[in-house]
Ligand binder design. Structure first.
Ligand code: AMP
Ligand code: MG
Length: 493
């Protein structure tokens, strides 16, 4: 059923209909607590598309009650806020207990599209804050708000953001910035790290309760399997494979693929130093703090597998043998390349599979890399490539014209057996005109710091339908300015 048909059958509500969800796992999993107030909150952005999907009334979302409740200054009626405990591997090392250090789960609501959790990010200290202040700054909150919607617009599984609220309360990072709270939504915010926590702290009963909870609610098909926990691990591996294939195809670098930042539902989660590639540089590192390049663009698939291996290890107490876990992870190795190839074929406009497609895809990646071509612009311009014409707009992106010509010949030959209309349709849906490049976010953030939120609003609209033309916004689809290369995004947020 589409969102539009939900909207007609489900009236928008002004009150959130809370129901028991994560909280029923019991106190070993969380601490009940209240968010910490922020002075004089103001709206930075409200995402009416998310409100609609949640079945929420847009007027309610704009109300004083929502402003205070979603800042954490009041507790919305029926909500029982909590912070959950998890652990994780960070940059390849076991980091021990982490947990929601600045995220507070308001609870779960029933919506037209099923249960959704509502979480405030940046709403104050929790027992899991360690040395942190429990806050998020305006800059990173805007980035998360915009990027999660960009990913959704691109058809990539992700958490979403209902709104961003700012406050002039100072927050100390490399310099003093101001606070903000993002209201995030997802069917569940459970991470690989939740499983690692209960496994490595010697709580097998809780580990089983957690797995049963997630399987029952999100992977019910696994209950039918002979080995439900192995089937669950396999299903998580496959969802993760699809998610990372989608990242690679669109040129998205997550930046901090620690196991505590991996969603058990295969959603893109915890937007920090992420980046959409400008030039196609396969070993690009977007996180300024990632000195070793562990989370470079081209390492993301291997890291996803490494993280799944950690999840498999954490689930061992629920399985008959280690071999069972290893076997459950195997399908990543076929699902990931198949998913990536399917996405790349769509970007090339190839509706069917032919034996030498893999060679064409590989040579495309190699050509883009050796010419450091702008990734998004190349694919969008390729929509207009025709075998008969000179295809100047695409060729102009390459300094090595000879290699381009050789590739264009290969591609033209492949297109000979493709229906032009079908190809155009496929490419139009696969090659976005707009992605959240760092400099676009940066411009919106600079204005927002001066209380001009128009850039945040217009970017949100563009990114919600990134395949559309949006006349008048050509500059948002252009090459990055020179200063974009000097933007440094670290873990500091
Ligand atoms: P991240 O790198 O943002 O995924 O965060 C890793 C861990 O640090 C998580 O447990 C976060 O909740 C916690 N954390 C990050 N920033 C803060 C902060 N400002 N205050 C408290 N906890 C934080
Ligand atoms: Mg995190």
């Amino acid at each position: 059923m589409t969102t539009a048909s939900f909207a007609t059958s489900f009236p928008a509500v002004t009150e959130l209909s809370w129901q028991e969800g994560f909280a029923k796992l019991g106190p070993a999993f969380y601490t009940l607590l209240k968010p910490q107030p922020l002075p004089d909150p103001y709206w930075v952005g409200r995402n009416e598309a998310v409100a609609r999907d949640l079945g929420l009334d847009a007027d309610w979302l704009a109300s004083h009650e929502a402003l205070q409740g979603l800042t954490g200054n009041t507790v919305l009626q029926g909500s029982e806020p909590l912070a959950s405990v998890y652990s994780g591997h960070q940059f390849g090392q076991w980091a021990g207990q982490l947990g929601d250090g600045r995220a507070i789960l308001l609870g779960e609501i029933s919506t037209p599209s099923g249960p959704q959790e509502i979480q405030l990010k940046g709403a104050g200290r929790t027992p899991y804050s360690r040395m942190g202040d429990g806050r998020a700054v305006l800059r990173s909150s805007i980035r998360e708000y915009l990027c999660s919607e960009a990913m959704h617009g691109l058809g990539i599984p992700t958490t979403r953001a209902l709104c961003v609220i700012g406050s002039d309360a100072p927050v100390r990072r490399e310099e003093v910035e101001t606070a903000a709270v993002v209201t995030r939504t997802a069917p569940s915010f459970i991470r690989f790290g939740h499983f690692e926590h209960f496994s490595y702290s010697g709580q097998p009963g809780q580990l089983k309760a957690l797995a049963d909870f997630v399987i029952q609610r999100h992977y019910p098909e696994c209950l039918e399997a002979d080995q439900p926990y192995a089937a669950f691990l396999q299903a998580v591996s496959e969802r993760t494979a699809h998610m990372v294939a989608a990242w690679q195809a669109v040129g998205f670098c997550h930046g901090v693929m620690n196991t505590d930042n991996m969603s058990i539902l295969g959603l893109t989660i915890d937007y920090g130093p992420f980046q959409f590639l400008d030039a196609f540089v396969p070993d690009h590192i977007c996180n300024h703090s990632d000195t070793e390049g562990r989370y470079a663009y081209n390492r993301q698939p291997n890291i996803a597998y490494w993280n799944l291996f950690c999840l498999g290890q954490a689930l061992l107490p629920l399985m008959d043998s280690q071999d069972q876990a290893i076997a459950a992870l195997e399908s990543f190795k076929t699902v990931f390349p198949e998913a990536l190839q399917a996405r790349m074929r769509a970007k090339l406009g190839l509706p069917d599979v032919q034996a030498d497609d893999l060679g064409l895809i590989d040579s495309t990646f190699r050509l883009l890399a050796s010419n450091k071509v702008d990734y998004t612009i190349f694919w969008r311009r390729l929509n207009g490539f025709t075998p008969q014409s000179g295809h100047e707009p695409v060729r102009d992106l390459f300094f090595d014209r000879e290699s381009f010509n050789a590739w264009a010949l290969l591609y033209s030959e492949r297109l000979a057996s493709v229906d032009a209309g079908q190809r155009a349709d496929l490419m139009q849906r696969s090659n976005p005109k707009f992605v959240l490049r760092n400099h676009l976010g940066e411009e919106a953030i600079r204005a927002a710091k001066l209380k001009d939120f128009s850039g945040v609003h217009s970017l949100l609209t563009l990114l919600q339908s990134p395949f559309d033309e949006h006349p008048g916004y050509e500059s948002h689809a252009g090459f990055p300015p020179d200063w974009a290369a000097s933007i440094e995004i670290s873990c500091s947020s």
